[in-house]
Write a protein that binds this ligand. Sequence first.
Ligand code: UT7
Length: 326
Amino acid sequence: MKSAKIVGLGKYLPSKRLTNFDLEKKVDTSDEWIRARTGIKERRIIEDGQGASYLAYKSSVIALKRAGMKAKDLDLIIVATITPDTQFPSTACYLQNYLKAAKACCFDVSAACAGFVYALVTAWQFIRGGLYKNVLVVGSEVLSSVTDWQDRSTCILFGDGAGAAILTPTSKNGFLSAYLGGDGSQSDVLILPGGGSRLPISKEVIDKRLHYIKMRGNELFRLAVRIMVQAAKKSLTKAKLKIEDVNLLVPHQANERIIKAVAKRLNIPLDKVYLNISRYGNMSSASSAVALCEAWEDKKISKGDIVVFDAFGGGLVWGSCIIKWI
Ligand code: UT7
């Protein structure tokens, strides 16, 4: 049976750094509190006028180059994002135009922090089904555009960035299993209430700051730990693998304490867990994409390795996917 493999990875982080000390000047918080509660030291912030497609473009060019592929050979572009340039057209369409990938069909995936995992699994299925060959998957977010910079309970968490992966068919078994899930009954735990069709932008929406992320962090924390543990276990069982077979866990980077609690419950030693939250904060769908790219750049992934993705976010949505690096 046809499977897929990742043949190129790229990432792009805006150069502007926002440190915890910078945030101390904006809201009532401290570097000490942020580091202790989240593990974050700094995050990146996009320049004014740029959108998710710009970050996606920068990361995609690198991934294409590393894959030795021309943009004109792409069949499909999937961008995972909850901060699209515009409600429509999709960010994938803007990206297609920047890349001059005229042959590629394009769409966005909205699955919050699990977006990159959802998009990877979607790409794998398109390749497996035989409809497309060369697929670009990007996680790109400009969370600074939906962050309430007056709300200390959320503004310390988020950052901007993008990561890209190129997938192609293989006769070997590259993608071993996936487990995706959702629970729409808990949509209000993490939500951007305003600006959609239910509550279009208005003066009232802006006055009530409903065009920014609202989060019940404490509740989410507990849900994240429980669900990420379950998701990783389910995808491992589906792949007929044991925890000991895992070479690298690439978790969504929402909070270092969440990641450490998940690793502990899964019994995976921390040297097998990729962590970069201290430098970038939570970049939603871009977190897993950037983490995968950096893990590969840092030579933490070798041929034959079992790599496990494990992500969770607003929706609620979650996803775990297992790749054998070939
Ligand atoms: O990406 C999708 C998934 N996202 C997540 O999973 C996020 C999950 N949640 C979290 O990461 C954590 O809940 C936070 C980091 C958001 C908050 O950490 P916490 O340990 O859950 O803190 P808390 O909300 O229980 O607040 C503890 C105290 C409160 O004060 P009191 O009521 O104890 O006096 C807060 O008002 O910390 C206060 N606080 C702050 N203090 C200084 C909240 N935010 C801040 C802040 N600086 N930035």
